[in-house]
Design a binder for this molecule. Sequence first.
Ligand code: URP
Ligand code: ZN
Ligand code: ZN
Length: 478
Amino acid sequence: MTTTLITGGTVVSATGTSLADVLVDGETIRAVLAPGSELLGVDLARSVDRVIDATGKYVIPGGIDAHTHMELPFGGTAASDTFETGTRAAAWGGTTTIIDFAVQTYGQRVEDGLAAWHEKAAGNCAIDYGFHQIVGDVNEASLQALRGLADEGVSSYKLFMAYPGVFYSDDAQILKAMQVAADTGLMTMMHAENGPAIDVLVQQLLAAGRTGPVFHGTARAWQMEEEATHRAIMLANLTGAPLYVVHVSAKQAVAQLAAARDAGQNVFGETCPQYLYLSLEDHLGARSDEWGEFEGAKWVCSTPLRSKHEHHQDELWSALRTNDLQMVSTDHCPFCMKDQKELGRGDFSKIPNGIGGVEHRMDLLYQGVVDGHISLERWVEITATTPARMFGLYGRKGVIQPGADADIVVYDPAGHTSIGVEQTHHMNMDHSAWEGFEIDGHVDTVMSRGRIVVDDRQYLGRAGDGSFVKRGLSQYLL
Ligand code: URP
Ligand code: ZN
Ligand code: ZN
């Protein structure tokens, strides 16, 4: 078993910072010590197998991205990152655990959907991974399957109020699933957009000849998100189920969550880097020589990017500070322009929905620290500690403390990261939604359960080193 001492760094947790050395023994953290400490009279730096000098750097728990879609079948194609390429990219960016969505499609058994996801991931991941369960067909059998899900280490499931004919659940189905969740302690994750109403707007826009990517954003107006968020909150209120709303982008949806929380309801919200930094006008409606107005397809995702004139971004940052939103995940769902996004040329509704970003979340949120949006501690909290607590991983993940998995990132605030296909990009995509972004910091060293997977701009990880992590129930259950 290899022993490692990370010396001289500033250990950052959700509650504070301290100068400390971190002793790693095999796969776990053995001790967090005052700098230069001896252990039982032994000079640690001389006795360990490996010393990592973190002087001037931050030592943080590895990121947990609780919303990824490796290999997700969508829109007649599939997300372009496999578990191998996607987890490798995650590691490059300082994320050491992903929670991906296993899919039950219409007509399929939940158990078979989950088994298929285990098969895709097993032996291929560079970092640890867990699953949520998408329930795309709520019926008596799937409700029964939900009752056994927590025993499989899958303590959360996702329903869609959007995408009629694909993953959509109506209110009756949502109510029934939430009743099971209230009984079992499963966390209900909700894609909150009014799918049937959106589909009417989509057809009207297409009939009017409005076929370009920007109209994806027009059809999925903020009212569609606010209304669905409110409805999900009310159904959760009625049933007593805890609720976690995914990829919140509209400030009006944030207000719904905040009001419910103020009233004492157990509801939570996640946003994603794209909603904090990108806008409908600058991205969905973008033009370039290569793709013309279709360039905007790169940023077609749901919920959509919002208009900068409506000031959603300021409200999202503010909600992250005040804990009206609790965490940031990527909703990593990459599609190439060639052969994938291109499927929607001439009809925006056929553009596969999704943005790739698993590699850049830690950096993009660190830039939020530099820009004064959030504190250093909040950076760690919303990217690692809360995801661990929310989804039943805390203690093992999301914190640097004795006994925890040695998932550790050494982050250099004096470093620099240029994001783009040529510079830093390891995701399996032919473009970057983040092309040209400059980050005032750098992921130096990434350790996953004691193994160094990234160091000094070299990848040292291996497919298959990552394991499935069984998750417990959320720590936020009442
Ligand atoms: O655009 C998105 N978000 N694609 C992935 C599927 C989902 O709704 O999360
Ligand atoms: Zn979704
Ligand atoms: Zn998603």
